[in-house]
Write a protein that binds this ligand. Structure first.
Ligand code: ADP
Ligand code: MG
Length: 698
């Protein structure tokens, strides 16, 4: 049996392989491209392509693909084989630099929000050398960006790379002011904690809501849910353990640093966290992880549910985005330093984040907005839709002292002077306790907790990188002009705290009183649903910031808003149609069948004894017919609002109408069906119940 270090990354064309397979000159040139974002030099691509092909073919690959992340939220690939006919009637395996660098998928069916129509019919994919190529099955996968011929981004990777570049540029300006001339690059890193459910495949196959929508649309509460909290960190069951073991192996082969696994709060819910890495790589890895989680589950007779809210009344699944920024020499800029100067630098970066989150609360909310995640945010299992920052008592006390020029009440009372005092060491344990905050400082990183489990982490990090880059830009513009740098720095930090302290909140984010205070007293924005927040993507300040930094073009933002709203409308519409279908063709007939049998029983009793009261049967039949009558009425209502909303063309208006009309009609239909489920004998119920699904895995 091979041990992990022997097979870790064996399916990745990583640095080790490059060093071994490329000439020194080509390797150095490629490293420059990877480390500094320099354009690949001519000739290098051909040499790399050759080496990649030889390596991939030796590992059994027959095809290659440009692997990309269109706005559907999942990854896309079109496979081409390496074969090329040779004159003797055979084939050779070919792969050129040109094919490595650029691909032209026939991509007219990917969402473009009208972008492609106005430019070119086809898009192209472009190699991202900063994310390693890898082998999946028999295919060499090359991570790529996906653009239109006019250069408009049609994917999630392009703006992510642009946002990383913006952050790099502005952070370098700041570091220079602190005398850090040697730093060549600054990058953000991410460790995403991924939650998921595992359920039995045979049961899954009997529920059309799970098959079509990834979540249950009906289901009465089981007698046991998560009341006992006996699942959280509980012993991992054998079937799940076997799944996790194989999943880890698959991920490790792909160079993905899967590290932590445990049971989550809800029954059948689990979590997987990798060790953090550079943001664009972490994003690719998270997409791959989600794909492989589902594939491996199928081999174990399981289904992995990545939906944010598979079960009503049971915690949904999120994804915590642990984010930090560090230099190419490995210095974490969000870690308090050893010297007064480093501390001042840390405080400036901290302030940049505080300002960024306050100024662009709406963009962070937008970055996590999907129909699925709307079920979680603010539902007492996930942070509210109001964005705020948790810093912890110690750091809050430091900021308070700076803001008011009062002595800091640390170990000894001292007047905090930036550039003179060393900050106290923050105890990680005290910063990590608040689990209700959407955006929490956890010692040397921020944990953004609003993401849904199925979200690509790209959007959240695009917004985070960009907003922080913008704060740093504003700071650098001022500080570069300052005559007395330490004084200007102190003033700047103080002003940021004064101007943005409304976003700092160390209390319980699930508390209703907080939502009231946040919105009514502090003026923070609260967008409970996707149709509420998404139109704000085009607010002037947001367009100005994102286009100013070169992260998005205005046309791209416009198209993204439309696509996200269309995705929302489609998701809810499919759910509504699935509900209608299940209620009509499965639930109502089941209730009627049961009712008929009860009536037959009563008739049989009457036949034996005409004076038999049959009160139980009569009441039950009456109740059941009441349900069927109401189901029929609710169905009509749902079908009517569906028809009305389908007719609305404008995505903003359509999504609002769907939220206001369709969601309500869906929940009314569900309510009566769930009541009926509780009154119908189990053997008549047409699909597995919540109890069956949640406790099916052994
Ligand atoms: P938790 O208590 O939230 O589970 P962990 O220490 O396990 O905290 O970290 C969760 C995630 O945060 C992991 O993916 C981890 O690699 C990542 N992480 C740790 N340090 C950093 C950092 N400096 N920057 C980004 N992510 C980090
Ligand atoms: Mg965490």
């Amino acid at each position: 049996m091979k041990i992990v270090p022997e097979y870790f990354g064996c399916l990745v064309f990583d640095d080790r392989v490059m060093k071994a397979k490329l000439s020194a000159a080509v390797y150095q040139s490629l490293k420059r491209t990877i480390d500094r974002g320099a354009r690949p030099e001519p000739g290098v691509a051909d040499a790399v392509a050759n080496a990649m092909r030889d390596w991939a073919v030796a590992h059994g690959a027959t095809h290659y693909t440009h692997w990309f992340q269109p706005l559907t939220g999942i990854t896309a690939e079109k496979h081409d084989s390496f074969i090329s006919p040779s004159p003797d009637g055979g084939v050779i395996m070919e792969f050129s630099g040109k094919e490595l660098i650029k691909g032209e998928p026939d991509a007219s069916s990917f969402p473009s929000g009208g972008l492609r129509a106005t430019f070119e019919a086809r898009g192209y994919t472009a190699w991202d050398p900063t994310s390693y190529a890898f082998i999946k099955g028999k295919t060499l996968c090359i991570p790529t960006a996906f653009c239109s011929y006019g250069g408009e981004a049609l994917d999630k990777k392009t703006p992510l790379l642009r946002s990383m570049e913006a952050l790099n540029k502005q952070a370098l300006r700041i570091l220079k002011l602190f005398g850090n001339e040697k730093v060549k690059a600054v990058r953000s890193s991410v460790g995403p904690e991924q939650e998921y459910f595992l359920i039995d495949k045979a049961l899954y196959d009997r529920r059309r809501d799970l098959i079509y929508c990834g979540r249950t649309l009906f289901g009465a509460k089981p007698p046991k849910g998560q009341q006992l909290d006996d699942h959280y960190f509980g012993v991992i069951k054998p079937q799940v353990a076997a799944y996790m073991e194989e999943l880890n192996e698959e991920l490790w082969k792909l160079g993905i640093l899967a590290k932590t696994e445990h049971n989550e709060v809800a029954p059948a819910q689990h979590e997987l966290a990798p060790i953090y890495t550079t943001t664009n790589v972490a994003t690719d890895h998270n997409q791959l992880t989600m794909e492989i989680m589902q594939k491996v589950a199928a081999r174990h007779g399981l289904v992995c549910l990545l939906h944010e809210k598979p079960f009503d009344g049971v915690n949904g699944s999120g994804k915590h985005n642990n984010w930090s920024i560090s230099t190419d020499s490995g210095v974490n800029l969000l870690s308090p330093g050893e010297t007064p100067y480093e501390n001042a630098q840390f405080l400036l970066f901290l302030c940049a984040v505080i300002k960024a989150v306050d100024d662009y609360q709406d963009l962070l909310r937008i970055a996590v907005a999907t129909a699925g995640n709307d079920h979680r945010l603010g539902a007492n299992e996930a942070p509210p839709a109001v964005v705020s920052i948790f810093l912890g008592e110690e750091l809050q006390a430091v900021l308070d002292a700076i803001e008011t020029d009062m002595p800091y009440e640390g170990a000894e009372k001292t007047q905090l002077k930036l550039g003179v005092n060393v900050l106290p060491r923050f105890n990680r344990d005290t910063t990590d306790r608040n689990r209700t905050s959407p955006f929490a400082f956890t010692g040397n990183k921020f944990e953004f907790r609003m993401l849904g489990s199925s979200n690509s982490i790209a959007c959240a990090n695009i917004m985070l990188n960009s907003a922080v880059a913008e704060s740093l830009r504003v700071y650098a513009d001022r500080l570069e002009q300052a005559e007395d740098f330490p004084a200007a720095l102190h003033k700047m930090i103080r002003k940021t705290i004064q101007d943005h302290k409304r976003i700092l909140f160390n209390g319980n984010g699930y508390d209703n009183a907080w939502i009231k205070e946040a919105t009514e007293v502090r003026g923070l924005s609260n967008y409970p649903t996707t149709p509420d927040c998404m139109p704000h993507l085009l607010d002037e300040k947001n367009v100005k910031m994102l286009t100013g930094l070169g992260v998005y073009k205005e046309a791209e933002l416009r198209s993204r808003r439309d696509i996200m709203l269309e995705n929302y409308c489609k998701a809810v519409t499919i759910e509504a149609a699935t509900m209608a279908d299940m209620a009509k063709t499965e639930i109502a007939p089941a209730i009627e069948a049961y009712s008929l049998d009860i009536a037959k029983t009563a008739a049989a009793q009457k036949a034996l004894d005409p004076s038999a009261p049959c009160a139980y049967e009569r009441d039950l039949v009456e109740k059941l017919s009441g349900y069927v009558a109401e189901i029929s009425q609710r169905l009509q209502e749902l079908e009517q609002v569906l028809e009305e909303t389908q007719a609305i063309e404008d995505p903003v208006a359509c999504s609002a109408a769907i939220r206001d009309k369709v969601l309500g009609a869906m929940s009314r239909l569900r309510r009566v069906c769930d009541l009926a489920e509780a009154d119908t004998a189990k053997k008549y119920w047409p699909f597995p119940t919540y109890g069956d699904l949640l406790f099916s895995v052994r």
